[in-house]
Design a protein around this ligand. Sequence first.
Ligand code: XUL
Ligand code: CO
Length: 435
Amino acid sequence: MSYFPNIEKIKYEGVHTTNPFAFRHYNPEEVVAGKTMKEHLRFAVAYWHTMTQDGSDPFGSPINQRTWFGETEIETARNRTVAFFEILEKLGVEYFCFHDVDIAPEGENLEEFYRNLDEMTDLIKEQMDRTGIKLLWNTANMFSHPRYVNGAASSNHADVFAYAAAQVKKGLDISKKLNGKNYVFWGGREGYETLLNTDMAFEQENIARLFKMAIEYAKKIDHQPQFLIEPKPMEPSKHQYDFDAATALQFIQKYGLQNEFKLNLEANHATLAGHTFEHEIEVARINQALGSLDANQGDVLLGWDTDEFPTNLYDTILAMYGVLENGGIAPGGINFDSKVRRSSFAMEDLFLAHIAGMDTFARGLKAAAKLKKNRFFDELKEKRYATFKSGIGESIVNNQEDLESLTEYALNLKDITLESSHIEYVKSCLNDYLI
Ligand code: XUL
Ligand code: CO
């Protein structure tokens, strides 16, 4: 049974092809900077945007044309799984990600949910064994159900905390069953609406408490995925505790979670926080906390999370430069946390959109590798900080100076000669790498 009978396995055909169902830049086996593109990029498809998203928006009903609906919820879930693996196989994507609620109906109660999850993960495992496709990460959706209106681990109600803990336990059991490489916590409702009734310190302690329970349980079942926190500044809560990379890092450090936790950074979350994607990647990288990436892009004209497929070259070049500087992204990957626009409602758009994203990241990787090889940024920075390489600068860096010695030096200074950045010229040179 094929859900995409007219689509063959997507192949690399090069930039001159007119076939929309071909890669023009992503050539999985091509070696760039010492590794194949496939190894560098570690692409993943997100179950929620690709399989369960229906194209509705706050003003319009579902629109996506999908052929996997069955008579019952569980039948639909089974069909979806089969269709999902067909997409992964045909795209040549080796990883995938999901929330618990994406893959199985929640049923009437937790027991039924667990049963449905067991059945669906049996099927997923079968498909994984058949194809060799791997689980990049799974997570528990602890934000959609009404019980999570006031948060999950940060809820004001202890029963809700317990329910969240049960979902995380099952999430880790599933991670072990499917040999997941990472496990994500996106604190969808871990935030607050008003301080008038919120004990911020207590709520954050409880989040850390749940994370520590997860670490303990992972040890106990002898399956320790890389834990990842995914920062996001707003939506759905007004104030989200994991605002951005810096805020999430502070939390990780405060509660001593550095050994088990890194960050899963999403491009659109970065822009919502008033940052660029490369800023977030850099903050994580210089603190040894770059875990994985959620690839998408926002819209500069819209202040919400539009989760568009990434097509902006400038962004992917700078993101991939950060990844290369990090020495790679493994065991993380590049997960398309992206959804087709409402007007792209046809089945084949799922392919066209992923091909566009994969090609954009492939071009980003190639350009970033060239920038690195040519020492484009290295030279700029070496020149910019040159005064710290000798003389007084060198002795500051070697911690040989203090306020008194530097005062003496400053008193004898006649003139400080600064150099122009010529930043417009630099940006123009960078443009040469784009095309
Ligand atoms: C929401 C978002 C999530 C996480 C996983 O903005 O990015 O899909 O990636 O819960
Ligand atoms: Co995400």
